[in-house]
Design a protein. Sequence first.
Length: 99
Amino acid sequence: MKWITRERPKIDRIACPWLIERFIDPALMQLATIVRGADTSRFDLSPQSAGLNAISLGLSHSFKDDHEMLKHGMVMYDALYAWCKNAQTETHNWPPQVA
């Protein structure tokens, strides 16, 4: 069951259910730093924080239904986590290597 802690969830209000639903993993420290930077407007904490903030604000303006926003936000956090775990060294070389 999905849950939302307040109307119009943003960064941490999507990240927390995502973490709880998916798993608790010690390797999430980098993702946690990105989320913290985005949630607190401390973009100096991680170069990805400003992008996460922008995407989260975009989600907020793209979906009126909070549960629909959460559904799409989960995909966003899955992708960011995959980047944290496996894709940080990937470049724009062609052809890409798919996991």
